[in-house]
Design a protein around this ligand. Structure first.
Ligand SMILES: Nc1ncnc2c1ncn2[C@@H]1O[C@H](COP(=O)(O)OP(=O)(O)O)[C@@H](O)[C@H]1O
Ligand SMILES: O=C(OP(=O)(O)O)[C@H](O)COP(=O)(O)O
Length: 402
């Protein structure tokens, strides 16, 4: 199986491309990150070759604070290349169609957040997504569809899987390089200890792969929300929502059974924090998990002892995979877990991969070099799913028989 790539596009085509520009949003401001730089290179190539390019991308999930317009994304993209990038605050309505109509060769237009389009969600079969008004309206406006969003290719949404059913479909440069790197990594065999550090907020994504990848990984070092849910499963008053946030309740309900199964069958491969950190009067406070006696603590990081212990495991490993930050590293006082472990990996000569749009940002924020790691993926959930050997639906629909 293989893809058609940008090398197969005919000159002068009108191209509809899917990027993954999903980024952290702080106080309403979209934060620039590797995803922009990498997709900008694809966009620049297409514009230099004089294609007319309309970009689809998503930001956040409906109902969340980071579910915002893509107007800032267009500006940030433009900042990475020598071309203007326009934005229209519409996905496939009259305003979008009019802006697409006005789009000339060598020009770029970012359409509004795809998750604001009726039909984009929920996850359904490609053939079902292809029938949505969203796909049926936009597809005839273009000659070709390109998917560059490897990091969203595990989601069966219309903008990712619907268009290839009804249009000539191609893989963008980011899709190509991430696919090749992650597929090669999934096939690698290691002689010694193989470790995976997992954290972040998307606990369902990381917990969902533990069982599938458990024969390849000797030790899972847990932090972030997943780490707290495992502590909760072990009877600690940790991993509960504090205030009106819903980081834990839904993910606990969805994963309680699988967490308990993992602990029963692979408990010896799971390492959780022995101490944790929370904020009080603007300061970092650390506590042993055995001394936490109330559910009201908003835990923001693994503790220093745990971080050191995780770093020692990383130093003794032949290969280390990271998905999801071990704490809220964007706030320096809660960066200890993430940075201690990443620095240990960077300083040792183990094979190393860091994945995740947010997590890979910690490398730059804390002065580490991307060159210290074997691969820095802008994909999080997609990359760990690829490591299990599973095909990603958004990749599958692009593939052609050789
Ligand atoms: N204890 C925690 N509480 C809240 N957020 C956390 C916690 N630990 C880590 N995070 C956050 O997780 C984010 C990364 O999560 P996620 O989106 O799952 O990873 P990625 O985008 O890297 O795949 C980081 O921005 C970090 O602030
Ligand atoms: O950021 C993403 O995934 P990641 O956090 O696993 O890297 C993708 O854009 C997918 O977003 P989603 O997890 O809201 O579907």
């Amino acid at each position: 199986m293989s893809f058609q790539t940008l090398d197969d596009l005919d000159d002068g085509q009108r191209v509809l491309i899917r990027f993954d520009l999903n980024s952290p949003v702080e106080d309403g401001e979209v934060q620039d990150n590797r995803r922009f730089a990498r997709h900008a290179a694809t966009l620049s190539e297409l514009l230099d070759r004089d294609f007319a390019v309309a970009v689809m991308a998503h930001q956040g999930r409906p109902g969340d604070d980071d579910f915002v317009s893509l107007d800032q994304h267009a500006e940030i993209l433009a900042g990475h290349i020598d071309h203007d990038v326009a934005h229209v605050d519409d996905t496939f309505g009259e305003a979008a169609l009019s802006a697409i109509d006005d789009l000339d060769q060598g020009e770029a237009l970012v359409l509004e957040n795809t998750r604001m389009a009726d039909g984009e969600l929920p996850e359904e079969e490609p053939e079902v997504k292809a029938e949505t008004e969203f796909v049926q309206t936009l597809a005839p406006e273009f000659d070709a569809y390109v998917n560059d969003a490897y990091s969203a290719a595990h989601r069966s949404h219309a903008s990712l899987v619907g268009f290839p059913v009804v249009m000539d479909a191609y893989a963008g440069r980011v899709m190509e390089t991430e696919y090749e790197a992650n597929t090669a990594i999934a096939e690698k065999e290691f002689d010694g200890q193989v470790t995976m550090a997992m954290g972040g907020t998307k606990a369902t994504d990381v917990i969902g792969v533990i069982d599938h990848i458990g024969d390849k990984i000797d030790d899972f070092l847990l932090g972030g929300i997943a780490g707290q849910l495992f502590l909760r499963a072990q009877g600690y008053p940790i991993g509960y929502d504090v205030g009106d946030m819903d980081l834990f309740t839904t993910q606990w309900e969805n994963n309680q059974e699988i967490i308990e199964e993992i602990l029963a069958e692979r408990g010896d491969q799971i390492t959780v924090a022995t101490d944790v950190a929370y904020g009080e009067d603007g300061e970092r406070v650390e506590v042993d998990v055995d001394d936490v006696d109330e559910k009201g603590l908003g835990i923001m990081d693994i503790g220093t002892d745990t971080a050191e212990q995780y770093a020692d495991v990383a130093r003794d490993s032949d290969a280390v995979f990271v998905k999801g930050a071990l704490g809220v590293f964007e706030d320096e006082k809660f960066s200890t877990g993430t940075v201690t472990v990443l620095e240990a990996i960077a300083e040792t000569d183990c094979f190393s991969v860091v994945g995740g749009g947010d997590t890979s940002r910690a490398i730059t924020m804390y002065g580490m070099s991307e060159d210290s790691f074997d691969h820095v993926s802008i994909a999080g959930g997609a990359y760990i799913r690829a490591l299990t050997g599973a095909e990603l639906i958004g990749v599958e629909v692009l593939q052609t028989e050789d």
